[in-house]
Design a protein around this ligand. Structure first.
Ligand code: PLP
Length: 458
């Protein structure tokens, strides 16, 4: 018998609030029943949660980001605790509507990186395919709230055709990431069709799905789904768990099924004030994830997106969390802490500093305990010896996205910020030569009559 992870400290299945006590298990465990019985109004939520005035305000406000909560996920909410981490992620608060400094609609500039509708090509070798705008439930801090949730703005099969055609004619794309919205809310036949089409493209090496359905709607991870996934390996899935309270027997069973189907599982979480901005909560989270065979992949700094202001933490909190994980626990349980750089800069890893000093011959490093030591570098290292083998590797970075590597490899002398050349020419057409005429080099703001240097004055 294969040993399976069951969160032993939790009930064997999540207890249901009274309003669903009479629902037959067969319906409760049917993902379509869960989707069609989602809660979305103040009145419905009041039946199972003692809402705070701020939540009532959030739920009553016009023009808010869509609210939908599956009965399963709603049953994880503590009805009497306004700080319940499950509750804060999906019940809007009045504060959600407050603007904050640096708030942006499309903070990751995804629209600018989109060659065809719904496809984002930001990185050299991989693309993000937004296959739907719909989710099983809606996270209040959603980075794509500008497009997600709108039932009238969904993608059609013609959009998919255009996205697939782009991947077909773009041979550097070796990794296609299905996202949205949540790809697992697509009609199963349609998802099967998209995956099948992508698999027929020879240069697509891996396909990934980013989904919160296993968390919101674990019932969706049924045999039909796992059988379908097996046809499209190598297929990777990233789920999205933010707090140990979301780890239930139902989620553990869904992860088991996916892992047994050969899918490597990762987790992407978002650092959220009042929900998981704690070293101790994060440590418990990553430990429970790895017991479900889910590897913590990314911990994201909360994006500068509308509605998410009250969830933001300082960056130092994220660095502190990594400080408390790296070295203190299994290396594969430590996620990368990421700021998705505003303005379309993409994902930037942020880490505590472990490198303290360098000299030719030595680097000085410190470990997670504060122990400081040196690593002696070889004095006769020849970095060119590998060139012969390197030449046999076919793939090179796409020009324009090599980054600092282009400087390190000596292909380029410098990288200039926009406007650099213009400002340094200062409008002059002809380069000056340094001459004895000191007045010419007088800095701005220094009077003509004043000597520029002590040497000249004497
Ligand atoms: C996050 C993201 C990816 C995938 O990034 P990885 O670091 O490879 O997981 C690809 N495209 C876009 C636009 C993304 O935002």
């Amino acid at each position: 018998m294969i040993r399976k992870f069951t969160p032993a400290w939790k009930a064997s299945s999540t207890p249901r609030p009274n309003i669903w006590a009479d629902v037959p298990d067969e319906q409760w465990n049917d993902w379509r029943w869960q989707l069609s019985h989602r809660l979305n109004t103040l009145e419905e939520l009041q039946q199972i949660i003692n809402l705070t005035p701020e939540e009532v305000e959030g739920l009553s406000s016009e023009g808010k980001f869509r609210v939908e909560i599956t009965p399963y996920f709603a049953s994880l909410i503590d009805p009497d605790d306004p700080m319940c981490p499950v509750r804060q992620q999906i019940i809007p608060k009045g504060r959600e509507l407050a603007a904050f400094t640096s708030m942006m609609e499309d903070s990751l500039a995804e629209d600018a990186h989109s060659p065809v509708p719904g496809l984002v090509h930001r990185y050299p070798d991989r693309v993000l395919m937004l296959v739907t705008t719909q989710c099983a439930s809606y996270c209040r801090y959603c980075t794509r709230s500008r497009i997600v949730g709108d039932p009238s703005a969904t993608f059609s099969k013609r959009d998919f055709e255009a996205q697939i055609a782009y991947v077909e004619r773009t041979p550097q794309v070796r990794d296609v990431l299905l996202s949205g919205g949540d790809p697992l809310t697509l009609k199963p036949k349609l998802l099967d069709w998209v995956l099948g089409r992508l698999r027929q493209i020879p240069h697509v090496e891996i396909v990934r799905i980013g989904s919160r359905v296993p968390v919101f709607l674990p019932q969706r991870i049924n045999d039909e789904f796992t059988e379908m996934m097996k046809k499209y390996h190598p297929l990777w899935i990233n789920i999205h768990v933010n707090h140990p309270k979301e780890i239930t027997p139902e989620l553990a069973a869904a992860c088991d099924r996916m892992a047994d189907a050969g899918v490597p599982l990762g987790n992407q979480s978002v650092l959220l004030a009042g929900v998981n901005d704690s070293v101790h909560i994060q440590r418990q989270l990553v430990h429970e994830l790895v017991m479900m065979r889910v590897r913590p992949y990314y911990l994201y700094q909360c994006d500068l997106v509308e509605g998410a202001g009250h969830f933001r933490t300082t960056v130092s909190k994220g660095i502190e969390i990594i400080e408390g994980l790296r070295g203190h626990t299994s290396g594969f349980a430590v996620p990368h802490y990421i700021i998705d750089a505003p303005g379309g800069g993409g994902k930037v890893p942020i880490s505590p500093n472990y490198l303290l000093a360098q000299s030719p011959g030595h680097v000085v490093i410190r470990n997670f305990e504060g122990y400081i030591t040196t690593y002696a570098e070889p004095l006769d290292y020849d970095p060119t010896a590998i060139r012969h083998l390197e030449a046999q590797v076919a793939r090179r970075p796409e020009p324009g996205q090599e980054g600092l590597l282009t400087l390190l490899e000596g292909h380029q002398l410098s990288i200039k910020p926009e406007g650099f050349d213009a400002v340094h020419r200062r409008g002059r057409q002809r380069e000056h030569r340094l001459s004895a005429d000191a007045h010419k080099w007088q800095p701005y703001g220094v009077g003509e009559e004043e000597p520029v240097s002590e040497v000249e004055a004497s």
